[in-house]
Design a protein. Structure first.
Length: 344
C-alpha cells in the first residue's frame, strides 16, 4: 500500500514532521531522541521496541504512544519519517515494511550485514521511490570537514594511518547480540570499523586493493566475532597507501588519523585536528568539542532531504555506503583466503 505523506501544521503554519522511532537501544536513547526533542518542527508519534519495560519507561518519560508491533505503529500514527536503530539482523524486515509504506528512513550504520544485503536494501527503497539515509555522523562533523579542507595544504598525499580502539571487557564482548556473528554480521570490521572505513571513503574514495587480517582469539574458541581488524589499502591507483587498525581489546578508547603529504601532515586526535609543515612545525590547530552538533546536523540534513521523499540514485552518501559494504566484504574475504582483494 502506497501511503501519501501527511504532515500537520501548528498555529503558526509551520510544518511538523511526524517521526516514528524504531528501536530503543543506547544510540537512540543517547543521540536520536534528544536530537528530536531539540527540534520544534518534529513530533515523535510513536516508539517501537520489543522490550516492554523500556517502552513503559519512555512512555512515562516523554509521553508518546509505544508499540511492540511496527505495523500497528504505522497504522496508528501515520508517520512521515522513521529513525531506526536495532540489532543488525532485525533491519531487513523492518526496512521492507517502512519502504512499502513509503516512509523516509534514517537508519543506523552499517548499511547492512553484507554487500549483497546492502544491494537488496537499496533496491527496496528504489522500488518504492522512498528516501533512505544511513547514520554516519562523522560526515557532519566540523572536525573531519576541516580535515578534508586542510588536504590542500599538505601537497601530494601518499600515506594514511587510521586507528580506532576501545577497551571492552571479556564480559562485554561475550554478551548480547553483538557476540554472535550470525545475527551481528561481524565485529571490529563491520560494526566498529564502519565509521573509520566511511571516513576513508569520504576523504579518498573507494580503495583499489585491500589486504586484511582479523583476530578472533581474545576469548575462547567458541567466540565467532572479529575483535581486531588490521587492513592495508591503496587508493587512487596505488598513489596512496593506507593502514587501518580497529580493535575492541586495546587498553583505552582512542581515535586517531594521520595523513602524510609531500608538503606536510595532518594529525587528528579525538576532537582535535592539527596541521604541520614538512619539517614538523605546527601551523594551525582546531578543536571541536560538541558531538551534539553532528547529531543535529545529520538530523537536519535528513529532514530536508526527506521533504521530497524520493529515492535519489545520484546520492553520494548512499553510493559511498554501498562502497563501504564492498570494502568490508573484501576485508573478510581477504582474511579468509589470505590474499589481496582488488576492488577497482
Amino acid at each position: 500500500m502506497k501511503q501519501e505523506l501527511l504532515k500537520s501544521a501548528d498555529a503558526s503554519g509551520s510544518v511538523t514532521h511526524k517521526v516514528l522511532v524504531v528501536g530503543l537501544g543506547g544510540q537512540t536513547r543517547k543521540d536520536h531522541i534528544p536530537a528530536l526533542m531539540r527540534r520544534k518542527d518534529v513530533k515523535i508519534i510513536g516508539i517501537v521496541d520489543t522490550n516492554q519495560a523500556l517502552l513503559d519507561e519512555y512512555h512515562l518519560l516523554i509521553g508518546v504512544p509505544v508499540f511492540t508491533s511496527l505495523v500497528d505503529a504505522i497504522q496508528t500514527g501515520m508517520p512521515d519519517l522513521a529513525i531506526v536503530s536495532v540489532p543488525h539482523f532485525e533491519y531487513s524486515g523492518i526496512l521492507r515494511t517502512l519502504a512499502a509504506h513509503k516512509i523516509a528512513t534514517l537508519k543506523e550504520k552499517p548499511l547492512a550485514m553484507t554487500y549483497q544485503e546492502a544491494i537488496e536494501i537499496i533496491n527496496m527503497y528504489q522500488d518504492s521511490d522512498t528516501y533512505l539515509q544511513i547514520c554516519v555522523q562523522r560526515r557532519f562533523s566540523k572536525l573531519y570537514d576541516t580535515t578534508k579542507k586542510l588536504l590542500d595544504s599538505i601537497g601530494r598525499v601518499y600515506s594514511v594511518y587510521v586507528e580506532y580502539t576501545m577497551k571492552l571487557s571479556a564480559e562485554d564482548m561475550a554478551s548480547g547480540w553483538r557476540a554472535d556473528k550470525k545475527i551481528s554480521g561481524g565485529g571490529a570490521a563491520l560494526d566498529m570499523g564502519y565509521h573509520s572505513i566511511d571516513l576513508l571513503t569520504y576523504i579518498f574514495g573507494t580503495p583499489d586493493k585491500v589486504y586484511a587480517q582479523l583476530n578472533y582469539h581474545s576469548l575462547d574458541s567458541n567466540y565467532t566475532i572479529d575483535d581486531t581488524m588490521k587492513a592495508m589499502m591503496t587508493y587512487r591507483d596505488g598513489r596512496i597507501n593506507a593502514n587501518l587498525v580497529v580493535t575492541k581489546i586495546f587498553n583505552q578508547k582512542n581515535e586517531k588519523v594521520r595523513i602524510f603529504g609531500s608538503d606536510g601532515s595532518i594529525y587528528v586526535d579525538e576532537r582535535k585536528v592539527t596541521l604541520y609543515d614538512k619539517d614538523g612545525v605546527e601551523m594551525e590547530s582546531h578543536s571541536f568539542n560538541f558531538k551534539t552538533e553532528e547529531v543535529d546536523q545529520q538530523l537536519s540534513y535528513f529532514i530536508e532531504k526527506s521533504k521530497k521523499n524520493r529515492f535519489d540514485s545520484r546520492d553520494r552518501n548512499l553510493k559511498d555506503q554501498l562502497n563501504n559494504m564492498l570494502v568490508i566484504d573484501s576485508i573478510y574475504k581477504s582474511h579468509d583466503i589470505s590474499q589481496v582483494i582488488k576492488l577497482g
